[in-house]
Ligand binder design. Structure first.
Ligand SMILES: Cc1ncc(COP(=O)(O)O)c(C=O)c1O
Length: 433
């Protein structure tokens, strides 16, 4: 047990409750490959990739070397003033662009995912204003969509608690039910219907994750294409948030590229630098970029932060792109992903209290069912997480769903997949119906 008087941090959302369960030996001290070791000497398979970002595992030689070399060469240069951007920012963008959807060629680097989404949303409003339509302010997302925390990211995130805890957050943000499968509210078309009744001429942008991290719901190709066409018809910017799905998670560099959708803006984060240094990005379509290029000098989009496009993150990102293209990682995602899905669904069949297994690539939710046949209480996710941890596998417990998220590094082996599936099977057995 930790004595709060001797504990200097307050990062956890539930400080007292958290400290009552934290043991000094459980702190992580080392990572190698897809495993991490705690201070007590125990190794765990990190099937949550840090926070879904350590896509190439720990101690990755090429990424680590690139970051170390950059520290010795040029540890920092700023991208806000832009008078002298770092050369590595241009190299990193040039390395990434060939792997993005065909018309998505212009990159702005930021520091974290929430900030990238905020930048995209505020840019959408800014451009409508520049076009003489300042009333186009509303932004639509999906209930249970996740776009980060804070005044803008939290407003876009479809979780009422986040809106209420210290609101009001960013105004004029609306949410529609997700177009999810049976047992969930909403159906395809809800978003379009809601916008139609709200008045499309008041809407600046729509933000969606192509695979909703909170529950693993995969938006179908048809849904994304219909949404893109709807947004285009109504002059609404479509922002696809690929902070989690981007950089290989679904087996391609982007999910939008995989399904052939052309958004106006795309956000990347997490796997962009594989967790070796903070980095995120907003990618613009050529058409949106043309609009920016044509703005007058006094029409400034004044936004940004000191560490945007930090050279260490950029150095990591170049090595990440090389690794994803050269080392068969994307193929591994497809093979291991298929094995993982098959293993998880087989386990779900043996345990009737699993409500659903959802996801794609190497990104799966396992949702629990309560005794009444409905999705279980959300605490079920924490129980399952801890039971898996007891068996040496770290997974994420979701915030508002009774589900865990299994989202391992893209470089896991077939044996690692077996370890995850076995741990889930045993953990479910222990928890019982
Ligand atoms: C889809 C998506 N968008 C945005 C974010 C926020 O990223 P960050 O935590 O880096 O602010 C996340 C983080 O989980 C995410 O999954």
């Amino acid at each position: 047990m930790i004595d709060p008087a001797d504990y200097p941090l307050w990062n956890s959302p539930t400080m007292g409750a958290y400290l009552r369960t934290l043991r000094p030996e459980s702190m992580l001290v080392e990572g190698r490959g897809v495993r991490v070791r705690d201070r007590g000497g125990r190794w765990f398979l990190d099937a949550r990739s840090g926070l879904w970002n350590v896509t190439l595992g720990y101690g990755h030689q090429a990424v680590g070397e690139a970051v170390k070399k950059q520290i010795d060469t040029l540890a920092y240069a700023n991208l806000i003033g832009y008078g002298r951007p770092s050369a590595i920012s241009v190299e990193a963008a040039n390395a990434l662009v060939p792997h993005l959807p065909p018309t998505m060629n212009k990159i702005r680097y930021c520091s974290n995912g929430a900030q990238a989404v905020e930048t995209a949303v505020l840019l959408a409003r800014f451009l409508h204003r520049a076009d003489g339509a300042p009333a186009r302010r509303a932004v639509f997302g999906l209930w249970s969509g996740y776009h980060g925390l804070g005044a803008a990211g939290g407003a876009l995130t479809g979780m009422p608690y986040v809106h209420e805890q210290s609101g009001p957050l960013l105004p004029d943000v609306e949410h529609a039910p997700g177009p999810f499968t049976a047992g969930r509210p909403g159906e395809a078309g809800d978003l379009e219907r809601l916008i139609t009744s709200y008045g499309p001429e008041r809407v600046a942008a729509v933000v969606v994750e192509p695979v909703v991290g909170e529950g693993g719901h995969v938006l179908t190709d048809e849904y994304l294409h219909t949404l893109a066409a709807f947004c285009q018809d109504h002059g609404i910017y479509l922002i696809v948030d690929e902070v989690t799905t981007g950089m290989g998670r679904t087996g391609e560099f982007t999910r939008t590229g995989q399904v052939g959708v052309q958004p106006d803006m795309l956000t990347l984060g997490k796997g962009l630098s594989a967790g070796y240094a903070p980095l995120s990005a907003v990618v613009l379509s050529d058409a949106v970029y043309e609009r920016i290029l044509g703005l007058d000098y006094d029409q400034k989009f004044l936004i940004g932060s000191t560490n945007d496009g930090h050279p260490l993150g950029l150095a990591a990102s170049i090595a990440v792109v090389d690794t994803l293209t050269g080392d068969g990682v994307l193929e591994n995602v497809k093979h291991r992903g298929a094995e993982l899905y098959a293993g998880l669904t087989a386990v779900a069949e043996r345990h009737p209290h699993v409500n659903a297994v959802r996801g794609t690539g190497l990104m799966y939710a396992v949702e629990m069912r309560g005794p009444d046949g409905e999705p279980a209480h959300e605490a079920a996710s924490s129980h399952l997480r801890l039971a898996m941890e007891d068996r040496g596998v770290l997974v994420s417990a979701l915030a508002i769903s009774p589900a865990i998220m299994i989202i391992p590094p893209l470089v896991i082996s077939a044996d690692d997949v077996t370890q995850i599936v076995t741990a889930l099977d045993e953990a479910l057995e222990e928890l019982g119906p």
